[in-house]
Write a protein that binds this ligand. Sequence first.
Ligand code: FES
Length: 74
Amino acid sequence: FCPKGRPSPCGKVNPKILKNSPKVVDTIDVEDINEKAVFCRCWRSKNWPYCDGSHGSHNTETGDNVGPLIIKKE
Ligand code: FES
């Protein structure tokens, strides 16, 4: 059963990233971040783990409101 308007596959957050892995874990060293880094939280980016703007079309298609995590250095 998949509620109407629910992204496919139903009940899963991650539709396509590293699906052959039992768990998706990413590690970024703080020293490798210049002024800022923008990380995907919608699981639709083609540049995972970074945001590529795909959350915009996901939000339009589903009515969702997800966006990236932005890490800034002062
Ligand atoms: Fe996923 Fe921007 S592409 S949050």
